[in-house]
Design a protein around this ligand. Structure first.
Ligand code: NAD
Length: 299
């Protein structure tokens, strides 16, 4: 059935996601602080709201796709979204934010008489445009069931990971695996270079042996073995290094808060923070292999 959706945050991800909800037959009332983004969304069939609160007063479901936790909490609370929506409205936050912030947002929504789900995504802008995102959701089963048809209009897969915050937890744990494994693969290629091993030979062995992983077989950090990987186009993203740095920063916060001895995860967070602040500012996250290669000292 067609639903009325308030959609706040029409940026790189939210813009195409909102457009896909319109395509699926839903009424979408959208808002973004940037007028140009609101205009683009209107061209895709989104109804422009005059403010964030105006976008949610008539909504059955409120979707947010914002930069960070402070934006989500700011809008929910100080921005008045929770006060403006009808009682019982389902608030689905698709932004990638701190697990602790997601739980705070959930509690605030429930305290205001609303219902809540955290549902961050992976798949990037191409996935948002093609409606092939993966959603990882945290919240009660009934809330997940209600959101599922909307998530299906924007993505290919939705996994219910558990209670409040579990979607964010799954997202940062997955990306911690990815950040660490990309560094491991990159270190192995640089070591192989020093040992006189060709990229193709290492790839042919590791991709079919126990070193196999996505960072190697899909997003291979050296050009050649996987022609579609960003390394073959001078590391044009892809998954931009600053976004990886952001996600690893969220993982590092959780690691410290919960006293987990995740040395590799913390090291990856630091390496990506440095890379994203310098040479990697506009590069795919696999470009970190160049930093590692450049830092290698002469034998
Ligand atoms: P973006 O910066 O392009 O979009 C965020 C939008 O929120 C902006 O257009 C901004 O104007 C708007 N906004 C901020 N505060 C607002 C407010 N108070 N009211 C209305 N609008 C407001 O970012 P993005 O790339 O679309 O990412 C959004 C979220 O998705 C982030 O949390 C990011 O980590 C996550 N994410 C991004 C990607 C990606 O590849 N870009 C992939 C997975 C997850």
């Amino acid at each position: 059935p067609s639903r009325t959706i308030g959609f706040i945050g029409l940026g790189h991800m939210g813009g195409p996601m909102a457009a896909n909800l319109v395509k699926a037959g839903h009424r979408v009332l959208g808002f973004d602080l940037v007028p140009e983004l609101l205009a683009t969304a209107t061209g895709n069939g989104v109804e422009a709201a005059g403010s964030a609160t105006a976008a949610v007063t008539a909504a059955d479901v409120v979707l947010t796709m914002l930069p960070a936790g402070r934006h989500v909490l700011g809008l929910y609370q100080d921005g008045g979204l929770l006060a403006a929506a009808r009682p019982g409205t389902l608030f689905v936050d698709c932004s990638t934010i701190d697990v602790a912030d997601a739980r705070t947002a959930h509690d605030a929504a429930v305290a205001a008489g609303m219902r809540a789900l955290d549902a961050p995504v992976s798949g990037g802008v191409p996935g948002a445009e093609a409606a092939t995102l993966t959603f990882m959701a945290g919240g009660a089963p009934a809330e997940f069931a209600e959101a599922e048809p909307l998530l299906a209009a924007m993505g290919r897969k939705a996994v219910h990971c558990g209670g409040a915050g579990a979607g964010q937890a799954a997202k940062i744990c997955n990306n911690m695996i990815l950040g660490v494994s990309m560094i491991a693969v990159s270190e192995a290629f640089v070591l192989g270079e020093r040992l006189g091993l060709s990229h193709q030979a290492l790839f042919d062995v590791a991709s079919t042996a126990s070193g196999q992983c996505w960072a190697l077989t899909v997003n291979c950090p050296v050009p050649g073995p996987v022609p579609t990987s960003p390394a073959n186009r001078d590391y044009t993203p892809g998954f931009a290094a600053p976004l990886m740095a952001k996600d690893l920063g969220l993982a590092a916060n959780a690691v410290r808060e919960h006293g987990v001895p995740a040395q590799l995860g913390l090291a990856a967070a630091q390496l990506y923070a440095d890379y994203a602040a310098g040479a990697g500012a506009r590069q795919d996250f696999s470009g970190i292999v160049r930093t590692l290669r450049d830092a290698a000292t002469a034998p």
